[in-house]
Write a protein that binds this ligand. Structure first.
Ligand code: IPM
Ligand code: MG
Length: 361
C-alpha cells in the first residue's frame, strides 16, 4: 500500500526557494520507487513571512507544521531584515518554530565525502574519515533563558542581558538522545561544556554523568568548549558523537561543518519527543548569491534524506538519496562552493538534474 506523508515546505529567504525546489523534485523522483506519496504544502517563514504578514512566523505556518508529518525548511534571513526590532527578525521566526514544535534535539552530522577532501582547508590526513554527529540542545540555554533584553540602568547606561540556564529535565532528555545516538554509532560520546567557569555547565556535567550510568556501553568523555573547539581542528577523528548546549552547539557545528569542506553539504534534523521534526541545511540563506542559480542544493537534499531516516522511518529511501549525492560527486559535478580543479562546475538546477538522472537510472 502506498504510504502517504504530509510535508510542510518552508522555503524562507535567499537561496531557500531554489534549493528546496530541487529537493522536492528529488523526493518526487524516489517516491514511486518506495511506494511513497508526498503531499506538499508551502508556508511562509522568515523575511518572506515578514514582507507578507508583518511577522516572521505566522500562526498559520505553525499550524501547518503541526498538522504535517515532517517539515522541510530551507533558510531564513537577509540584509533587508537585519535592522528590524528583534521580534520581527527572520531568526526570531526560526527560534519560534523550534520552540513551538518543542524540537529540543538537533542532530548535525559532519561527515566527509571522500570526493570533497580537497575542498577542505585542512590537510587530507587530518580529515580523511571524519564522521562526527553533533547533538545540540535546541530549545533552551542562552537562546531562551530569562531575563533577557537591553535594559537601562540607574545611571542611564544600557545593559544587555541574556541568561544561560538549564533545568535538570532539559539536560537529561538531550543527554538521552545523545547516548542513544552514540549507541547507533561508535559508542563514544563527548559532552562539551564550560564547567570550569559556569554553574549551568556544572549542572550539565553532573546530569550527563548521572545519565551515563544507564548507558554503561557508551564511553563518555567531557571537554571544555574552548578545548573542544581546538581539538576539532587539531584531531577531529577523535570524535564520534558530541553533545552540548544551544550556544556551544551553534558554534561547534559550524566549525565541524568546515572540516568537511563546505557548509553547503551539511544537513540537520531537529526533533522533539513526538510530532513533526524540522529538517534543514546547516547553512544560511546566502543572500549574496540568491536567485543566481549558484547555490549548492546538496545540504537541502541531504536534509530530505534525514527526514526520511529520522522523521518518517524510511531508511532505504534515505540511503538511496545519499548514494545519489555521492554518485553525482563521483562523476565530478560541483557547485561553486565545492569546486576544485578538474571538476565540472554546475549551477543549482543542473546539480538537481544530475541527481534526477542518477535516481531514475
Ligand atoms: C543555526 C543558525 C540559527 C541559530 C540562527 C539563524 C538563528 O545559526 O541554525 O545554527 O543560531 O540557531
Ligand atoms: Mg548556526
Amino acid at each position: 500500500m502506498t504510504q502517504q506523508y504530509k510535508i510542510a515546505l518552508l522555503p524562507g529567504d535567499g537561496i531557500g526557494p531554489e534549493i528546496l525546489a530541487v529537493t522536492v523534485e528529488v523526493l518526487n523522483a524516489i517516491a514511486p520507487q518506495f511506494d511513497l506519496q508526498f503531499k506538499f504544502s508551502e508556508a511562509l517563514i522568515g523575511g518572506a513571512a515578514i514582507d507578507e504578514t508583518g511577522e516572521p512566523l505566522p500562526q498559520e505556518t505553525l499550524d501547518a507544521c503541526r498538522s504535517s508529518d515532517a517539515v522541510l525548511l530551507a533558510a531564513i534571513g537577509g540584509y533587508k531584515w537585519d535592522t528590524l526590532p528583534r521580534h520581527q527578525r527572520p531568526e526570531t521566526g526560526l527560534l519560534g518554530l523550534r520552540a513551538g514544535l518543542e524540537l529540543f534535539a538537533n542532530l548535525r552530522p559532519a561527515t566527509i565525502f571522500p570526493q570533497l577532501i580537497d575542498a577542505s582547508t585542512l590537510k587530507r590526513e587530518v580529515i580523511e574519515g571524519v564522521d562526527i554527529m553533533v547533538v545540540r540542545e535546541l530549545t533552551g540555554g542562552i537562546y531562551f533563558g530569562e531575563p533577557k533584553g537591553i535594559f537601562e540602568t540607574e545611571t542611564g547606561e544600557k545593559r544587555g542581558v541574556n541568561t544561560m540556564a538549564y533545568r535538570e529535565s532539559e539536560i537529561d532528555r538531550i543527554a538521552k538522545v545523545a547516548f542513544e545516538t552514540a549507541r547507533k554509532r561508535k559508542n563514544k560520546l563527548c559532552s562539551v561544556d564550560k564547567a570550569n567557569v559556569l554553574d549551568v555547565s556544572q549542572l550539565w556535567r553532573d546530569r550527563v554523568t548521572q545519565i551515563a550510568k544507564e548507558y554503561a556501553d557508551v564511553e563518555l568523555s567531557h571537554l571544555y568548549v574552548d578545548n573542544a573547539a581546538m581539538q576539532l581542528i587539531r584531531a577531529p577523528k577523535q570524535f564520534d558523537t558530541m553533545v552540548t548546549g544551544n550556544l556551544f552547539g551553534d558554534i561547534l557545528s559550524d566549525e565541524a561543518a568546515m572540516l568537511t569542506g563546505s557548509i553547503g553539504m551539511l544537513p540537520s534534523a531537529s526533533l522533539g519527543a513526538s510530532g513533526a521534526g524540522v529538517f534543514e541545511p546547516v547553512h544560511g540563506s546566502a543572500p549574496d548569491i540568491a536567485g543566481q542559480d549558484k547555490a549548492n542544493p546538496l545540504a537541502q537534499v541531504l536534509s530530505a534524506a534525514m527526514m526520511l531516516r529520522y522523521g518518517l522511518n524510511q531508511p532505504q529511501a534515505a540511503s538511496k538519496i545519499e548514494a545519489a549525492v555521492s554518485q553525482v560527486l563521483e562523476s565530478g559535478y560541483r557547485t561553486g562552493d565545492i569546486m576544485s580543479q578538474g571538476m565540472q562546475q554546475v549551477g543549482c538546477r543542473q546539480m538537481g538534474d544530475m541527481l534526477l538522472k542518477v535516481l531514475e537510472s
